[in-house]
Write a protein that binds this ligand. Structure first.
Ligand code: GTR
Length: 407
């Protein structure tokens, strides 16, 4: 090899490759998977107001502490979620009353939201069981895995959205592709709702970003459910996996029309405690996915102790409605134990409402579900995914919750 080639090989290929590999190694090792190194931490007090008063009644929780916590999440984590728009329309673009061999009615609904002469359309897909003659509860999936997982022809069945099983259980199943609202992309995320309807949010340090936009979109689907008499709009169950799980939690925390909020393996900045040093960290998530969160969140990279909230408070915002957290045994990145601890730490608010939650102190073993009034948890064996087994647990939880409420 001639000398000039050797040196240009060294400069142009060998050295940059080494740097990239080193940076990669650094990222891989930047997280901890050793329980002994997860650290000790003090969580912010759930039932003490910012000016130091103890919260002992539902009224104090609802009038003072709950709004305080909601605002802290808006300002420091997910950004605000704008409530105003000029108009919303629902157009049925396709209907098949004999879908799934006559077992279900398929509806495709174009939900268009207008503001300042601009609009955005969310394409909602719903299957409603035909055999049930009264309004049914609905599972609404905030889907980041794309439309291919919700095949309306049912030729391609995907356990991520197992509509046959859900219909069989007597529930409606709905879903939308989060891309309709905000593309899941560092460069293009503001091409949907953010660029068109709420451009002013982009300039704000506590402005809405992708996770907030997706949860905003789920609320617009609930607006539609309220107009469909086949659906019981008091029994909406939001479901999201991973990043979709974070958005499901943020939606359930804000929109009190959600009856059950389900987070499947939502992990860091979802159900997992941020102060626990295990798996993904705030530093990693804001580096890799800055466009999911408001700009202020970056201040807490490597500085989690300074966060004025932690994720148990997000789960507590859902009370007295139901919350369900699911984890997977091999999904250490999402910190199963940190997710269970957050659920545990949210219990005081549920107790304020009189629920005897009594979650076991230790995280349940793999494949064992825990159902308590208003909360549930399971950890499935296996990797990061949302599977039929997860769905079977969601259905069992919803069955028990709605039956309990009817009594
Ligand atoms: C990961 C991200 C997680 C989770 C996951 C997913 O890369 O670090 O927080 O959101 O993506 O959505 O599948």
């Amino acid at each position: 090899m001639p000398g000039y080639f050797k040196s240009s090989f060294l400069i142009r290929i060998y050295l940059p490759t080494c740097f990239v590999l080193l940076a990669l190694l650094q990222t891989i090792h930047a997280q901890n998977y050793d329980e002994a190194k997860a650290g000790t931490f003090t969580l912010p007090e759930l039932l003490v107001t910012q000016d130091g008063r103890k919260v002992t009644t539902i009224e104090q929780w609802e009038q003072i502490r709950r709004p305080e916590i909601l605002k802290l999440f808006e300002d420091n984590v997910y950004g605000q979620v704008p409530k105003d728009f000029d108009n919303i329309s629902f157009e049925i673009t396709n209907e098949d009353k004999k879908a799934m061999d006559g077992k279900a009615t398929l509806k495709q609904v174009a939900i268009t939201v207008f503001r300042n002469q601009k609009s955005v359309t969310i394409n909602l897909i719903i299957f409603i069981p035909n055999r049930v003659k009264h309004p049914v509860p609905v599972f609404l999936v905030l889907n980041h895995r794309g439309i291919k997982t919700m095949d309306i022809t049912r030729q391609n069945k995907d356990d991520f959205w197992p509509s046959e099983e859900v219909i069989e259980a007597g529930y409606a199943i709905a879903g939308f592709d989060v891309k309709d609202i905000a593309p899941d992309d560092k460069e293009k995320f503001s091409e949907g709702v953010l660029g068109r309807l709420y451009p002013e949010q982009r300039a704000m340090d506590n402005g809405m970003r992708a996770l907030g936009a997706w949860s905003w979109g789920a609320s617009r689907c609930i607006d539609y459910f309220e107009t469909n008499r086949a659906i019981d709009a008091w029994k909406v169950i939001t479901v999201g996996h991973s990043r979709g799980g974070k958005a499901s939690l943020w939606c359930g925390a804000q929109d009190q029309r959600v009856a059950i909020t389900i987070s499947n393996e939502s992990g860091n900045s979802g159900a997992a405690l941020s102060r626990r040093n295990y798996g993904e960290t705030v530093a990693l998530i804001v580096k890799n996915f800055p466009y999911w969160f408001c700009r202020n969140y970056r201040k807490y990279a490597g500085n989690e102790d300074k966060l004025p909230i932690d994720q148990h408070e997000l789960l507590a915002l859902i009370a007295p409605r139901a919350v369900y957290v699911a984890a997977a045994g091999s999904d250490l990145w999402a910190d199963p134990k940190g997710q269970y601890l957050a659920l545990q730490e949210s219990q005081p608010v549920y107790r304020l409402y009189g629920f005897k939650t009594g979650l076991p102190k230790e995280m349940p073993v793999v494949d064992k579900q825990v159902i308590r009034p208003c909360m549930g948890f399971h950890i499935r064996e296996g990797k990061h995914d949302m599977t039929l087994l997860d769905w079977q647990q969601f259905i069992r939880f919803a069955d028990s919750y709605f039956k309990r409420k009817q009594r």
